[in-house]
Design a protein around this ligand. Structure first.
Ligand SMILES: [Zn+2]
Length: 593
Protein backbone atom coordinates (compact mmCIF):
# COMPACT_ATOMS: atom_id res chain seq x y z
CA UNK A 1 0.00 0.00 0.00
CA UNK A 2 1.26 3.45 -0.82
CA UNK A 3 0.84 6.21 1.72
CA UNK A 4 1.22 9.99 1.63
CA UNK A 5 4.86 11.05 1.60
CA UNK A 6 4.55 13.45 4.55
CA UNK A 7 4.21 10.67 7.11
CA UNK A 8 7.34 8.94 5.93
CA UNK A 9 9.32 12.18 6.24
CA UNK A 10 8.16 12.53 9.86
CA UNK A 11 9.28 9.05 10.89
CA UNK A 12 12.67 9.68 9.32
CA UNK A 13 13.11 12.73 11.54
CA UNK A 14 12.88 10.70 14.79
CA UNK A 15 16.16 10.73 16.79
CA UNK A 16 17.82 7.38 16.56
CA UNK A 17 18.14 5.58 19.89
CA UNK A 18 21.57 4.93 21.28
CA UNK A 19 23.16 8.05 19.81
CA UNK A 20 24.39 10.61 22.29
CA UNK A 21 23.01 14.10 21.82
CA UNK A 22 26.03 16.46 22.01
CA UNK A 23 23.78 19.23 23.40
CA UNK A 24 23.15 17.20 26.56
CA UNK A 25 26.73 17.43 27.68
CA UNK A 26 27.73 14.95 30.35
CA UNK A 27 24.28 14.70 31.92
CA UNK A 28 23.33 11.74 29.63
CA UNK A 29 19.71 10.58 29.17
CA UNK A 30 16.70 10.95 31.44
CA UNK A 31 14.95 7.80 32.67
CA UNK A 32 12.00 8.43 30.35
CA UNK A 33 14.31 8.80 27.40
CA UNK A 34 16.03 5.55 28.29
CA UNK A 35 12.70 3.73 28.59
CA UNK A 36 11.59 5.13 25.23
CA UNK A 37 14.93 4.16 23.68
CA UNK A 38 14.67 0.64 25.04
CA UNK A 39 11.11 0.31 23.80
CA UNK A 40 12.12 1.46 20.31
CA UNK A 41 15.12 -0.89 20.36
CA UNK A 42 12.97 -3.85 21.36
CA UNK A 43 10.39 -3.03 18.69
CA UNK A 44 13.20 -2.95 16.14
CA UNK A 45 14.59 -6.20 17.47
CA UNK A 46 11.19 -7.88 17.38
CA UNK A 47 10.53 -6.74 13.86
CA UNK A 48 13.97 -8.03 12.87
CA UNK A 49 12.96 -11.39 14.33
CA UNK A 50 9.66 -11.18 12.50
CA UNK A 51 11.50 -10.50 9.26
CA UNK A 52 14.13 -13.12 9.95
CA UNK A 53 11.75 -15.94 10.83
CA UNK A 54 10.14 -16.39 7.39
CA UNK A 55 13.53 -15.92 5.73
CA UNK A 56 14.96 -18.64 7.93
CA UNK A 57 11.93 -20.86 7.39
CA UNK A 58 12.55 -20.64 3.66
CA UNK A 59 16.26 -21.29 4.16
CA UNK A 60 15.50 -24.30 6.34
CA UNK A 61 13.12 -25.71 3.75
CA UNK A 62 15.79 -25.29 1.09
CA UNK A 63 18.30 -27.09 3.34
CA UNK A 64 15.87 -29.92 3.75
CA UNK A 65 14.65 -30.11 0.22
CA UNK A 66 17.46 -32.21 -1.24
CA UNK A 67 17.28 -34.73 1.64
CA UNK A 68 13.50 -34.88 1.37
CA UNK A 69 13.72 -35.50 -2.36
CA UNK A 70 16.31 -38.24 -1.89
CA UNK A 71 14.12 -39.95 0.70
CA UNK A 72 11.12 -39.96 -1.61
CA UNK A 73 13.26 -41.17 -4.54
CA UNK A 74 14.72 -44.00 -2.45
CA UNK A 75 11.23 -45.14 -1.47
CA UNK A 76 10.10 -45.02 -5.08
CA UNK A 77 13.20 -46.80 -6.42
CA UNK A 78 13.16 -49.49 -3.74
CA UNK A 79 9.44 -50.02 -4.33
CA UNK A 80 9.99 -50.38 -8.06
CA UNK A 81 13.00 -52.69 -7.60
CA UNK A 82 10.85 -55.38 -6.02
CA UNK A 83 8.64 -57.90 -7.76
CA UNK A 84 7.15 -61.24 -6.82
CA UNK A 85 6.24 -63.46 -9.74
CA UNK A 86 4.04 -66.47 -9.06
CA UNK A 87 3.56 -69.03 -11.81
CA UNK A 88 1.51 -71.56 -9.86
CA UNK A 89 -1.98 -70.03 -9.65
CA UNK A 90 -2.95 -72.43 -6.84
CA UNK A 91 -0.66 -70.50 -4.49
CA UNK A 92 -2.85 -67.44 -4.95
CA UNK A 93 -5.93 -69.05 -3.39
CA UNK A 94 -8.06 -66.44 -1.64
CA UNK A 95 -7.08 -63.53 -3.91
CA UNK A 96 -10.05 -61.93 -5.73
CA UNK A 97 -10.19 -62.27 -9.50
CA UNK A 98 -9.79 -58.54 -10.08
CA UNK A 99 -6.41 -58.56 -8.29
CA UNK A 100 -5.36 -61.65 -10.21
CA UNK A 101 -6.28 -60.06 -13.52
CA UNK A 102 -4.16 -57.00 -12.70
CA UNK A 103 -1.23 -59.23 -11.69
CA UNK A 104 -1.54 -61.20 -14.91
CA UNK A 105 -1.55 -58.00 -16.97
CA UNK A 106 1.45 -56.69 -15.00
CA UNK A 107 3.36 -59.89 -15.83
CA UNK A 108 2.44 -59.66 -19.50
CA UNK A 109 3.59 -56.04 -19.63
CA UNK A 110 7.01 -57.19 -18.38
CA UNK A 111 7.08 -60.13 -20.76
CA UNK A 112 7.03 -62.76 -18.01
CA UNK A 113 4.75 -65.72 -17.36
CA UNK A 114 2.36 -65.96 -14.44
CA UNK A 115 1.28 -63.25 -12.00
CA UNK A 116 3.44 -60.29 -11.07
CA UNK A 117 3.01 -58.49 -7.74
CA UNK A 118 4.69 -55.30 -6.62
CA UNK A 119 4.84 -53.16 -3.48
CA UNK A 120 2.58 -50.48 -4.97
CA UNK A 121 -0.61 -50.15 -2.94
CA UNK A 122 -3.10 -51.57 -5.52
CA UNK A 123 -0.98 -54.72 -5.76
CA UNK A 124 0.35 -55.00 -2.17
CA UNK A 125 -2.80 -54.29 -0.16
CA UNK A 126 -5.10 -56.96 -1.66
CA UNK A 127 -2.21 -59.44 -1.49
CA UNK A 128 -1.69 -59.25 2.28
CA UNK A 129 -5.43 -58.98 2.83
CA UNK A 130 -6.59 -62.00 0.83
CA UNK A 131 -3.85 -64.49 -0.08
CA UNK A 132 -4.31 -67.62 2.06
CA UNK A 133 -0.66 -68.71 1.81
CA UNK A 134 0.87 -67.43 5.03
CA UNK A 135 4.51 -67.66 3.85
CA UNK A 136 3.74 -65.58 0.77
CA UNK A 137 2.04 -62.93 2.90
CA UNK A 138 5.12 -62.86 5.09
CA UNK A 139 7.43 -62.43 2.07
CA UNK A 140 5.39 -59.46 0.85
CA UNK A 141 5.12 -57.91 4.32
CA UNK A 142 8.87 -58.12 4.94
CA UNK A 143 9.63 -56.69 1.51
CA UNK A 144 7.25 -53.80 2.12
CA UNK A 145 8.90 -52.98 5.44
CA UNK A 146 12.40 -53.26 3.97
CA UNK A 147 11.78 -50.36 1.56
CA UNK A 148 14.29 -47.57 2.17
CA UNK A 149 16.25 -49.58 4.70
CA UNK A 150 19.17 -50.97 2.68
CA UNK A 151 21.67 -49.97 0.00
CA UNK A 152 21.40 -48.78 -2.73
CA UNK A 153 18.21 -47.03 -1.54
CA UNK A 154 19.07 -46.49 2.11
CA UNK A 155 17.21 -43.75 3.97
CA UNK A 156 18.60 -44.39 7.45
CA UNK A 157 21.39 -41.80 7.33
CA UNK A 158 19.17 -39.24 5.64
CA UNK A 159 16.57 -39.54 8.40
CA UNK A 160 19.08 -38.68 11.09
CA UNK A 161 20.40 -35.81 8.97
CA UNK A 162 16.99 -34.33 8.33
CA UNK A 163 16.04 -34.56 12.02
CA UNK A 164 19.28 -32.77 12.95
CA UNK A 165 18.66 -29.97 10.43
CA UNK A 166 15.12 -29.47 11.67
CA UNK A 167 16.21 -29.33 15.30
CA UNK A 168 18.92 -26.80 14.42
CA UNK A 169 16.52 -24.60 12.48
CA UNK A 170 14.04 -24.63 15.36
CA UNK A 171 16.74 -23.74 17.90
CA UNK A 172 18.10 -20.88 15.80
CA UNK A 173 14.63 -19.36 15.76
CA UNK A 174 14.30 -19.75 19.51
CA UNK A 175 12.03 -22.81 19.65
CA UNK A 176 12.63 -25.75 21.95
CA UNK A 177 12.26 -28.18 19.07
CA UNK A 178 10.88 -28.64 15.57
CA UNK A 179 7.43 -29.66 16.82
CA UNK A 180 7.01 -26.28 18.54
CA UNK A 181 8.30 -24.51 15.45
CA UNK A 182 5.77 -26.29 13.22
CA UNK A 183 2.74 -26.12 15.48
CA UNK A 184 2.99 -22.53 16.72
CA UNK A 185 0.95 -21.02 13.85
CA UNK A 186 -1.56 -23.89 13.95
CA UNK A 187 -4.69 -24.41 15.98
CA UNK A 188 -3.01 -26.90 18.32
CA UNK A 189 -0.45 -24.21 19.23
CA UNK A 190 2.47 -26.25 20.60
CA UNK A 191 4.25 -29.58 20.38
CA UNK A 192 3.35 -30.32 23.98
CA UNK A 193 -0.37 -29.86 23.29
CA UNK A 194 -0.16 -32.05 20.19
CA UNK A 195 1.59 -34.79 22.18
CA UNK A 196 -0.92 -34.53 25.03
CA UNK A 197 -3.74 -34.82 22.50
CA UNK A 198 -2.26 -38.01 21.01
CA UNK A 199 -1.75 -39.44 24.49
CA UNK A 200 -5.28 -38.70 25.66
CA UNK A 201 -6.81 -40.22 22.55
CA UNK A 202 -4.59 -43.31 22.80
CA UNK A 203 -5.48 -43.78 26.45
CA UNK A 204 -9.21 -43.56 25.71
CA UNK A 205 -8.87 -45.88 22.72
CA UNK A 206 -6.83 -48.50 24.58
CA UNK A 207 -9.57 -50.54 26.33
CA UNK A 208 -11.52 -50.85 23.06
CA UNK A 209 -8.31 -51.60 21.19
CA UNK A 210 -7.45 -54.44 23.57
CA UNK A 211 -10.95 -55.86 23.22
CA UNK A 212 -10.75 -55.79 19.40
CA UNK A 213 -7.28 -57.38 19.39
CA UNK A 214 -8.40 -60.15 21.76
CA UNK A 215 -11.44 -60.82 19.56
CA UNK A 216 -9.23 -60.94 16.45
CA UNK A 217 -6.78 -63.36 18.08
CA UNK A 218 -9.64 -65.59 19.19
CA UNK A 219 -11.20 -65.58 15.72
CA UNK A 220 -7.83 -66.29 14.04
CA UNK A 221 -7.18 -69.25 16.32
CA UNK A 222 -10.68 -70.72 16.22
CA UNK A 223 -11.68 -70.09 12.62
CA UNK A 224 -8.43 -69.77 10.70
CA UNK A 225 -6.11 -72.09 12.61
CA UNK A 226 -3.64 -69.25 13.26
CA UNK A 227 -2.52 -69.93 16.81
CA UNK A 228 -0.07 -67.09 17.05
CA UNK A 229 -1.06 -63.96 15.20
CA UNK A 230 1.86 -62.39 13.32
CA UNK A 231 2.02 -58.92 11.68
CA UNK A 232 1.39 -60.42 8.21
CA UNK A 233 -1.80 -62.04 9.52
CA UNK A 234 -3.47 -58.91 10.86
CA UNK A 235 -5.20 -57.51 7.79
CA UNK A 236 -5.88 -61.04 6.47
CA UNK A 237 -7.62 -62.18 9.66
CA UNK A 238 -9.38 -58.83 10.06
CA UNK A 239 -10.86 -59.11 6.56
CA UNK A 240 -12.10 -62.67 7.24
CA UNK A 241 -13.71 -61.48 10.49
CA UNK A 242 -15.30 -58.50 8.74
CA UNK A 243 -16.74 -60.73 6.03
CA UNK A 244 -18.12 -63.09 8.69
CA UNK A 245 -19.72 -60.37 10.74
CA UNK A 246 -20.58 -57.29 8.70
CA UNK A 247 -20.13 -58.06 5.05
CA UNK A 248 -21.24 -55.06 3.04
CA UNK A 249 -20.79 -55.17 -0.69
CA UNK A 250 -20.02 -51.59 -1.73
CA UNK A 251 -21.11 -52.44 -5.27
CA UNK A 252 -24.56 -53.54 -4.09
CA UNK A 253 -25.19 -50.05 -2.76
CA UNK A 254 -24.46 -48.25 -6.05
CA UNK A 255 -28.02 -48.46 -7.46
CA UNK A 256 -29.20 -46.42 -4.46
CA UNK A 257 -26.79 -43.59 -5.15
CA UNK A 258 -27.32 -42.13 -8.63
CA UNK A 259 -25.18 -38.97 -8.85
CA UNK A 260 -28.14 -36.78 -9.80
CA UNK A 261 -30.16 -37.78 -6.71
CA UNK A 262 -27.12 -37.42 -4.47
CA UNK A 263 -26.62 -33.86 -5.72
CA UNK A 264 -30.31 -33.00 -5.25
CA UNK A 265 -30.10 -34.28 -1.67
CA UNK A 266 -26.88 -32.40 -1.00
CA UNK A 267 -28.30 -29.13 -2.36
CA UNK A 268 -31.54 -29.61 -0.43
CA UNK A 269 -29.48 -30.07 2.75
CA UNK A 270 -27.41 -26.97 1.94
CA UNK A 271 -30.53 -24.85 1.61
CA UNK A 272 -32.11 -26.18 4.81
CA UNK A 273 -28.98 -25.81 6.91
CA UNK A 274 -27.12 -22.82 5.55
CA UNK A 275 -29.83 -20.91 3.70
CA UNK A 276 -27.91 -21.19 0.44
CA UNK A 277 -29.61 -22.11 -2.86
CA UNK A 278 -27.62 -24.09 -5.42
CA UNK A 279 -28.88 -23.99 -9.03
CA UNK A 280 -27.52 -25.46 -12.21
CA UNK A 281 -26.96 -22.91 -14.99
CA UNK A 282 -26.61 -23.66 -18.69
CA UNK A 283 -24.69 -21.93 -21.43
CA UNK A 284 -21.62 -20.91 -19.42
CA UNK A 285 -18.35 -21.64 -21.25
CA UNK A 286 -16.25 -24.37 -19.58
CA UNK A 287 -13.02 -26.28 -20.31
CA UNK A 288 -14.90 -29.45 -21.29
CA UNK A 289 -18.50 -30.14 -22.41
CA UNK A 290 -19.01 -32.49 -19.42
CA UNK A 291 -18.29 -29.75 -16.89
CA UNK A 292 -21.39 -28.45 -15.08
CA UNK A 293 -21.82 -24.96 -13.64
CA UNK A 294 -23.85 -24.07 -10.54
CA UNK A 295 -24.71 -20.74 -8.96
CA UNK A 296 -24.89 -20.35 -5.18
CA UNK A 297 -27.15 -17.64 -3.77
CA UNK A 298 -27.58 -16.74 -0.10
CA UNK A 299 -31.06 -16.26 1.39
CA UNK A 300 -30.16 -12.59 2.06
CA UNK A 301 -29.98 -12.16 -1.73
CA UNK A 302 -26.19 -12.17 -2.07
CA UNK A 303 -24.91 -13.98 -5.16
CA UNK A 304 -22.07 -15.92 -3.52
CA UNK A 305 -20.47 -17.29 -6.67
CA UNK A 306 -20.09 -20.22 -9.05
CA UNK A 307 -19.12 -23.84 -8.74
CA UNK A 308 -17.66 -25.71 -11.70
CA UNK A 309 -18.10 -29.47 -11.31
CA UNK A 310 -16.06 -31.94 -13.34
CA UNK A 311 -17.29 -35.40 -12.30
CA UNK A 312 -15.89 -38.01 -14.67
CA UNK A 313 -12.43 -39.31 -15.58
CA UNK A 314 -10.65 -38.31 -18.79
CA UNK A 315 -7.28 -39.40 -20.04
CA UNK A 316 -5.64 -36.05 -19.44
CA UNK A 317 -7.16 -35.62 -15.97
CA UNK A 318 -5.48 -36.18 -12.62
CA UNK A 319 -6.64 -39.08 -10.44
CA UNK A 320 -8.69 -38.71 -7.23
CA UNK A 321 -11.04 -35.96 -6.07
CA UNK A 322 -10.27 -32.39 -5.11
CA UNK A 323 -11.55 -28.84 -4.74
CA UNK A 324 -9.84 -25.64 -5.83
CA UNK A 325 -10.70 -22.03 -5.15
CA UNK A 326 -10.24 -20.31 -8.51
CA UNK A 327 -11.29 -16.78 -7.56
CA UNK A 328 -11.53 -15.43 -4.03
CA UNK A 329 -14.21 -12.78 -3.81
CA UNK A 330 -15.74 -11.20 -0.74
CA UNK A 331 -17.39 -8.02 0.52
CA UNK A 332 -16.44 -4.85 -1.33
CA UNK A 333 -17.24 -1.16 -0.82
CA UNK A 334 -20.27 -1.46 -3.10
CA UNK A 335 -21.52 -4.99 -2.47
CA UNK A 336 -20.07 -8.45 -2.90
CA UNK A 337 -17.58 -9.82 -5.38
CA UNK A 338 -18.58 -13.46 -6.15
CA UNK A 339 -16.19 -16.37 -5.54
CA UNK A 340 -15.42 -19.12 -8.03
CA UNK A 341 -14.51 -22.68 -7.09
CA UNK A 342 -14.22 -26.06 -8.75
CA UNK A 343 -14.86 -29.63 -7.67
CA UNK A 344 -13.25 -32.44 -9.63
CA UNK A 345 -13.86 -36.17 -9.18
CA UNK A 346 -13.33 -39.39 -11.11
CA UNK A 347 -16.65 -41.20 -10.84
CA UNK A 348 -17.86 -43.97 -13.13
CA UNK A 349 -19.58 -42.13 -15.99
CA UNK A 350 -23.18 -42.87 -17.13
CA UNK A 351 -23.45 -45.63 -19.72
CA UNK A 352 -26.45 -45.99 -22.02
CA UNK A 353 -29.56 -46.04 -19.81
CA UNK A 354 -27.55 -46.41 -16.61
CA UNK A 355 -26.86 -43.13 -14.84
CA UNK A 356 -23.64 -42.47 -12.90
CA UNK A 357 -24.01 -44.67 -9.81
CA UNK A 358 -21.82 -44.04 -6.77
CA UNK A 359 -20.53 -46.17 -3.93
CA UNK A 360 -21.18 -44.90 -0.42
CA UNK A 361 -17.59 -43.78 -0.06
CA UNK A 362 -17.94 -41.77 -3.29
CA UNK A 363 -21.02 -40.13 -1.80
CA UNK A 364 -18.84 -39.21 1.18
CA UNK A 365 -16.27 -37.81 -1.24
CA UNK A 366 -18.81 -35.46 -2.88
CA UNK A 367 -20.02 -34.23 0.50
CA UNK A 368 -16.40 -33.71 1.59
CA UNK A 369 -15.34 -31.69 -1.45
CA UNK A 370 -18.58 -29.71 -1.40
CA UNK A 371 -17.78 -28.82 2.24
CA UNK A 372 -14.49 -27.28 1.09
CA UNK A 373 -16.40 -25.47 -1.63
CA UNK A 374 -18.87 -24.01 0.88
CA UNK A 375 -15.95 -22.83 3.02
CA UNK A 376 -14.70 -20.95 -0.03
CA UNK A 377 -17.99 -19.64 -1.42
CA UNK A 378 -19.57 -18.59 1.88
CA UNK A 379 -16.50 -16.64 2.99
CA UNK A 380 -17.26 -13.00 3.86
CA UNK A 381 -13.82 -11.73 4.74
CA UNK A 382 -12.80 -8.41 3.14
CA UNK A 383 -9.07 -9.22 3.18
CA UNK A 384 -8.51 -11.95 0.59
CA UNK A 385 -5.33 -13.31 2.17
CA UNK A 386 -7.42 -14.06 5.26
CA UNK A 387 -10.41 -15.41 3.40
CA UNK A 388 -11.92 -18.88 2.85
CA UNK A 389 -9.45 -21.75 3.17
CA UNK A 390 -6.38 -19.78 4.27
CA UNK A 391 -7.04 -21.06 7.81
CA UNK A 392 -4.45 -23.00 9.85
CA UNK A 393 -3.49 -26.30 8.41
CA UNK A 394 -5.12 -28.36 11.19
CA UNK A 395 -8.47 -26.55 10.86
CA UNK A 396 -8.98 -26.63 7.10
CA UNK A 397 -10.63 -30.08 7.03
CA UNK A 398 -13.37 -29.19 9.51
CA UNK A 399 -15.83 -27.77 6.93
CA UNK A 400 -15.24 -30.68 4.55
CA UNK A 401 -15.23 -33.56 7.02
CA UNK A 402 -18.27 -32.35 8.91
CA UNK A 403 -20.36 -32.75 5.74
CA UNK A 404 -19.51 -36.46 5.54
CA UNK A 405 -21.47 -37.05 8.75
CA UNK A 406 -24.80 -36.53 7.01
CA UNK A 407 -24.08 -39.49 4.72
CA UNK A 408 -24.16 -41.71 7.82
CA UNK A 409 -27.58 -40.54 9.02
CA UNK A 410 -30.57 -42.54 7.80
CA UNK A 411 -32.83 -39.47 7.87
CA UNK A 412 -30.43 -37.61 5.58
CA UNK A 413 -29.89 -40.59 3.29
CA UNK A 414 -33.66 -40.86 2.87
CA UNK A 415 -33.54 -37.45 1.20
CA UNK A 416 -31.66 -38.89 -1.75
CA UNK A 417 -30.71 -42.58 -1.46
CA UNK A 418 -33.27 -44.11 -3.84
CA UNK A 419 -32.89 -47.06 -6.16
CA UNK A 420 -32.49 -45.57 -9.63
CA UNK A 421 -34.95 -48.07 -11.15
CA UNK A 422 -37.50 -48.81 -8.43
CA UNK A 423 -37.33 -45.54 -6.46
CA UNK A 424 -37.09 -47.61 -3.25
CA UNK A 425 -35.21 -45.99 -0.34
CA UNK A 426 -32.15 -47.67 1.13
CA UNK A 427 -33.45 -50.70 3.08
CA UNK A 428 -32.95 -50.44 6.87
CA UNK A 429 -31.13 -53.75 7.01
CA UNK A 430 -28.58 -52.66 4.39
CA UNK A 431 -28.09 -49.33 6.13
CA UNK A 432 -27.59 -51.05 9.48
CA UNK A 433 -24.85 -53.27 8.05
CA UNK A 434 -23.21 -50.23 6.48
CA UNK A 435 -23.34 -48.35 9.77
CA UNK A 436 -21.87 -51.23 11.72
CA UNK A 437 -19.09 -51.77 9.19
CA UNK A 438 -18.08 -48.14 9.78
CA UNK A 439 -16.98 -48.87 13.35
CA UNK A 440 -15.59 -52.33 12.64
CA UNK A 441 -12.04 -52.38 14.07
CA UNK A 442 -12.39 -48.66 14.74
CA UNK A 443 -9.98 -48.89 17.67
CA UNK A 444 -7.35 -50.87 15.75
CA UNK A 445 -7.49 -48.36 12.90
CA UNK A 446 -7.40 -45.43 15.31
CA UNK A 447 -4.42 -46.84 17.22
CA UNK A 448 -2.52 -47.27 13.98
CA UNK A 449 -3.07 -43.61 13.07
CA UNK A 450 -2.07 -42.66 16.61
CA UNK A 451 1.13 -44.69 16.32
CA UNK A 452 2.14 -42.65 13.25
CA UNK A 453 1.23 -39.38 14.94
CA UNK A 454 2.98 -40.29 18.19
CA UNK A 455 6.23 -41.40 16.60
CA UNK A 456 6.26 -38.29 14.38
CA UNK A 457 5.97 -35.99 17.41
CA UNK A 458 8.43 -38.00 19.52
CA UNK A 459 11.07 -37.80 16.76
CA UNK A 460 10.69 -34.03 16.57
CA UNK A 461 10.44 -33.43 20.32
CA UNK A 462 12.23 -36.14 22.31
CA UNK A 463 14.76 -37.69 19.96
CA UNK A 464 18.18 -36.07 20.17
CA UNK A 465 19.79 -36.17 16.72
CA UNK A 466 23.16 -35.37 18.30
CA UNK A 467 23.03 -38.51 20.47
CA UNK A 468 24.33 -41.98 19.55
CA UNK A 469 20.85 -43.45 19.55
CA UNK A 470 19.65 -44.91 16.26
CA UNK A 471 16.40 -43.17 15.24
CA UNK A 472 14.95 -46.54 14.16
CA UNK A 473 15.60 -48.05 17.58
CA UNK A 474 14.10 -44.94 19.19
CA UNK A 475 11.01 -45.32 16.99
CA UNK A 476 10.69 -49.00 17.87
CA UNK A 477 10.52 -48.12 21.57
CA UNK A 478 7.90 -45.42 21.00
CA UNK A 479 5.76 -47.67 18.79
CA UNK A 480 5.78 -50.78 21.01
CA UNK A 481 2.84 -49.87 23.29
CA UNK A 482 0.72 -48.78 20.28
CA UNK A 483 1.07 -51.95 18.21
CA UNK A 484 -1.34 -54.91 18.05
CA UNK A 485 1.38 -56.69 20.06
CA UNK A 486 4.45 -54.82 21.42
CA UNK A 487 6.78 -57.24 19.61
CA UNK A 488 5.26 -56.18 16.25
CA UNK A 489 6.92 -52.77 16.62
CA UNK A 490 9.47 -52.16 13.87
CA UNK A 491 11.62 -49.05 13.54
CA UNK A 492 11.87 -49.79 9.81
CA UNK A 493 8.50 -48.09 9.43
CA UNK A 494 10.49 -44.83 9.43
CA UNK A 495 12.48 -45.56 6.29
CA UNK A 496 9.31 -45.35 4.19
CA UNK A 497 7.54 -42.67 6.26
CA UNK A 498 7.57 -40.15 3.41
CA UNK A 499 4.64 -38.19 4.86
CA UNK A 500 6.94 -36.88 7.55
CA UNK A 501 10.34 -36.96 5.85
CA UNK A 502 9.40 -35.63 2.44
CA UNK A 503 5.70 -34.84 2.34
CA UNK A 504 5.16 -31.80 4.55
CA UNK A 505 3.60 -33.66 7.49
CA UNK A 506 6.59 -33.27 9.83
CA UNK A 507 5.25 -32.81 13.37
CA UNK A 508 1.88 -32.62 11.60
CA UNK A 509 0.61 -36.17 11.37
CA UNK A 510 -1.50 -35.53 14.50
CA UNK A 511 -3.67 -33.25 12.37
CA UNK A 512 -5.50 -36.20 10.76
CA UNK A 513 -6.97 -37.20 14.12
CA UNK A 514 -7.24 -33.59 15.32
CA UNK A 515 -9.48 -32.58 12.43
CA UNK A 516 -11.56 -35.71 12.99
CA UNK A 517 -12.11 -34.63 16.58
CA UNK A 518 -13.13 -31.16 15.37
CA UNK A 519 -15.69 -32.46 12.89
CA UNK A 520 -17.07 -35.22 15.16
CA UNK A 521 -17.48 -32.75 18.00
CA UNK A 522 -18.92 -29.95 15.85
CA UNK A 523 -21.37 -32.42 14.32
CA UNK A 524 -22.31 -33.33 17.91
CA UNK A 525 -24.15 -30.01 18.12
CA UNK A 526 -26.24 -31.01 15.09
CA UNK A 527 -26.98 -34.35 16.73
CA UNK A 528 -28.10 -32.56 19.87
CA UNK A 529 -30.19 -29.90 18.14
CA UNK A 530 -31.32 -31.80 15.04
CA UNK A 531 -29.38 -32.72 11.93
CA UNK A 532 -31.60 -30.42 9.84
CA UNK A 533 -31.84 -27.66 12.44
CA UNK A 534 -31.65 -24.37 10.51
CA UNK A 535 -30.37 -22.32 13.48
CA UNK A 536 -27.45 -24.69 14.10
CA UNK A 537 -26.71 -24.68 10.37
CA UNK A 538 -26.79 -20.86 10.21
CA UNK A 539 -24.54 -20.72 13.30
CA UNK A 540 -21.99 -22.98 11.60
CA UNK A 541 -22.15 -20.91 8.42
CA UNK A 542 -21.75 -17.61 10.28
CA UNK A 543 -19.18 -18.63 12.89
CA UNK A 544 -16.99 -20.92 10.77
CA UNK A 545 -17.71 -20.92 7.02
CA UNK A 546 -18.03 -17.15 6.63
CA UNK A 547 -15.06 -16.26 8.81
CA UNK A 548 -12.06 -17.72 6.94
CA UNK A 549 -8.90 -16.88 8.86
CA UNK A 550 -10.16 -13.55 10.17
CA UNK A 551 -10.12 -14.92 13.72
CA UNK A 552 -8.20 -17.58 15.67
CA UNK A 553 -9.37 -21.10 14.74
CA UNK A 554 -9.84 -21.92 18.44
CA UNK A 555 -12.06 -18.84 18.83
CA UNK A 556 -14.15 -19.82 15.78
CA UNK A 557 -14.61 -23.34 17.09
CA UNK A 558 -15.60 -22.06 20.53
CA UNK A 559 -18.03 -19.56 19.01
CA UNK A 560 -19.86 -22.42 17.32
CA UNK A 561 -19.55 -25.21 19.90
CA UNK A 562 -19.57 -23.10 23.06
CA UNK A 563 -16.41 -24.81 24.33
CA UNK A 564 -13.10 -26.35 23.27
CA UNK A 565 -13.03 -29.57 21.19
CA UNK A 566 -13.77 -32.75 23.12
CA UNK A 567 -12.04 -35.99 22.06
CA UNK A 568 -14.88 -38.13 23.44
CA UNK A 569 -16.95 -37.19 20.39
CA UNK A 570 -14.49 -39.08 18.21
CA UNK A 571 -14.42 -42.10 20.51
CA UNK A 572 -18.21 -42.29 20.20
CA UNK A 573 -18.19 -41.98 16.43
CA UNK A 574 -15.19 -44.11 15.40
CA UNK A 575 -15.60 -46.81 18.00
CA UNK A 576 -19.37 -46.74 18.25
CA UNK A 577 -19.15 -46.70 22.03
CA UNK A 578 -19.62 -44.30 24.89
CA UNK A 579 -16.29 -42.81 25.88
CA UNK A 580 -15.07 -43.95 29.28
CA UNK A 581 -17.24 -47.09 29.28
CA UNK A 582 -15.13 -50.03 30.43
CA UNK A 583 -14.66 -52.54 27.62
CA UNK A 584 -15.99 -55.43 29.68
CA UNK A 585 -19.06 -53.44 30.71
CA UNK A 586 -20.25 -53.18 27.11
CA UNK A 587 -23.37 -55.05 26.12
CA UNK A 588 -22.62 -58.48 24.68
CA UNK A 589 -23.83 -57.47 21.22
CA UNK A 590 -21.29 -54.64 21.16
CA UNK A 591 -18.44 -56.78 22.50
CA UNK A 592 -19.00 -59.81 20.32
CA UNK A 593 -20.27 -58.09 17.22
ZN1 LIG B 1 -10.30 -32.30 2.29
Amino acid sequence: MTRAGGQTAQTCGRPRPGLRDPRRGSRGYTLIELVVAMAVASVLFLSMAAILAPVYRTYQRTLERSDARLIAENVLDATNAFELVITDEARLAGLPDSAKRRARAAAEAKGVDGFRFTLQAPSYLPFVKYVDDRELRRTMYEAFLAVGGAEPHDNRGLIREILAKRREAANVLGYRDFADYQTEPRMIGSGARAAAFEEELAEKTRPHFEREVAELERFAAEELGIDELMPWDVSYAAEKLRMARYDVDEEALRPYFPLLHVLEGLFDLTERLFGVRVERVEGVPTWHPEVEVYHLTHEDGTFLGSMYADWYPRESKRDGAWMNGLVTGGPTADGFEPHVGIIACNFTAPEGDTPALLTHSEVETIFHEFGHLLHHLLSRVPIKARSSMSVPWDFVELPSQIMENWTWEKQALDLFARHYRTGETLPDELFERLRRSRTFHGAIAQMRQLSFGTVDLALHRDYDPASDEDPLEFARRVLAPLEVKPEFARGERLTRFTHVFSGGYAAGYYSYKWSEVLDADAFGRFQEEGIFDPDTGRAFANEVLAKGDSEDAAVLFRAFRGRDPDVDALIRRNLGVVAGAAADALPAAEADG
